[in-house]
Ligand binder design. Sequence first.
Ligand code: NAD
Length: 722
Amino acid sequence: MTEFHAATDADGVTTLTWDVPGKSLNVMSLQGLRELEAAVGAALADPAVKGIVITSGKADFGGGMDLAVLAGMREAAGADPAQGLFDGILGIHHLLRRIERAGMDPKTLTGGKPIAAALPGTAAGIALELPLACHRIFAADTPKARIGLPEIRVGLFPGAGGTTRLAWTLGAMAAAPYLLEGRMESPVKMNTAGIVHEVVPPEELLARAKAWVLSAPDIVKPWDRKGFRFPGGAPYSAQGFLTFVGASAMVAGKTMGVYPAARALLSAVYEGAQVPFDTALRIEARWFTQVLLDPSSAAMIRSLFLDKAALEKGANRPALPEAKVRRLGVIGAGMMGAGIAHVAAAAGINVVLIDATEEAAARGQAQIAAALEKAVERRKLTPEAKAGTLARLTVGADVAALQDCDLIVEAVFEDPGVKAEVIARAAAAAPGAVLATNTSTLPVTDLARATPEPERFLGLHFFSPVEKMQLVEVIRGRQTGDAAIAKALDFVRQIRKTPIVVNDARFFYANRCIIPYINEGLRMVGEGVAPALVENGARMAGMPVGPLQLVDETSLDLGARIARATRAALGADYPDDAVDAVLLPMVAAGRLGRKSGAGFYDYANGQRTGLAALHPVAEVQPGVGEVMQRLLMIQALEAVRALEAGVLTDIREGDVGAILGWGFAPWSGGPLSWLDRLGASHAVALAEALAAAHGPRFAPPPLLLAMAATGESFRHRFAPAA
Ligand code: NAD
């Protein structure tokens, strides 16, 4: 055995310790499943063994399934991948069901051996599905640990019985947040939810689990008893009917039909609830197989799991020694600066936060303290962790305090003069530090002139709100050196965000693509397309936020400022008069978006109350399909241009950055994956048709034309080096 180790103590309790060699986190592999099966079988067969505790040799219990296992099953099945996957999944079901039945007589339900799961820390995916098949779940009281079934977030659902077991334990309604949203919670919260049975001090974890195993507990699962009733009502009961109708509407509303996994999950629960448990597991396995075979799931797994993880591990990091940040300086304690200081201090980094005055700096500190307090109130953070974060934070108005910092990020006003002055002072205060700017619109290469060492200067573009947004764009200026990039990537890793490295160009990558999306929405309104059709088309295409809502959130005056700057830069070539015709009168009328209480939407007490009737609506409206195509294609073509122009150098960054940075239709796996799915020649035909109808902004870029000619895909043509 290499991944599970069995040891039986004098009391007759076998401890199975999951400890995958060479990994900091356990992931389930085929080998692991085989060893688990053998070890459980041996313990159940051994008359000297009274029961089993399954635990982990690492700080956490486990991180889930090695997705290569599923790919392996599919490949091994050759011509019939559906059958291969279905058989493979059923194999896992049989193993977990065997653990659940624990050797008991199926008729009398006697003679089984108690099996407890003892979770020292985080348990995600199959690392919770396995405990759910055990008879009791003990979790160490480690507030940092997260327990849950996050599969839905990568386009899957829990397919090793977790969906069925959780729904049959809690009922469809109570299980919904954990299954349909992939909610992960601390052990205490999972205990309150009825998923974890006991939360115990970490040092007592094994002893408590063993004592329970030896207490001759009742281990028959409710669904194996006669007269089991589905909690919250089976689908054909009055109460159950309401639950499932509501859940179905909720899923349709939230996913707009573009996420096959959510619908399949709900179907598995609904159909499963009407048949015996073992049949329900087979139904779950069938739906799971269907989801695994859906191209959207494959694309989501690739982008949101495999590629994202590769980027986080430094796929594009120069091969230089580790350069973790010891002391971070942040200049500008406004919304962004305070957010950056917050996440860094929370990640254990000492932070110096500077603003122009002591009062402004103190405001930044207060903003951080308030955010931490809110997290404590919501029990997402312990009071000790809050205190620790605040203790790592020093604030002030004197740039000299930056002298020991090895990385300094400026987030002052978006004004080239102010920034240049701040950068020069920071460089003088901390010679040798890497300097970064959080600018959204100013060329990094120009700002680098303010420092004597431009090779140590780069962009670190965070998104708002910093605490929530997962992406950081690392901007390489023309003179930025590899050491600065390595330092920035190590910093992003320390704060557990996902980096993409892009070359310096107007609006970098994310804003370059999101602006045309917003503008396309505004153009449609100008053409007389009903605003509701624009917003719903966007949501149906899988965008989390419609373009009109987005411009309301980011504010119309910001849009107008960007438009003015772009016009100044492009002169006679400025292409967006039609956008300005919609935007500028609204700005002039004071409809600046949410912050002014009116924009494309109306607001009451800060809440959106509906779309305002501001623009004439044409008699003939386009089909929603055309609206969806325009909104997706305008972004995808811009991503291709960014790749063509060398702003993007890795298609994985193009896809992952798009989903995490601005929410590009996650079901697609990202804009380049979406074009691959269409196929280059079909994409070209679509773009040409849109260009003929709506203008040259849709003209397919030369790169896409070349790929259509050769039949290549982005994944093939730009395959990342292994
Ligand atoms: P903000 O106005 O909230 O904060 C700016 C802070 O900088 C203020 O506290 C101000 O007092 C301080 N400041 C100004 N001049 C200073 C100086 N000379 N020395 C020290 N401190 C000084 O602005 P923000 O929204 O946090 O944006 C900051 C930067 O981040 C800008 O470059 C902006 O483009 C960029 N950015 C903003 C967003 C966003 O969504 N707001 C997103 C990405 C990047």
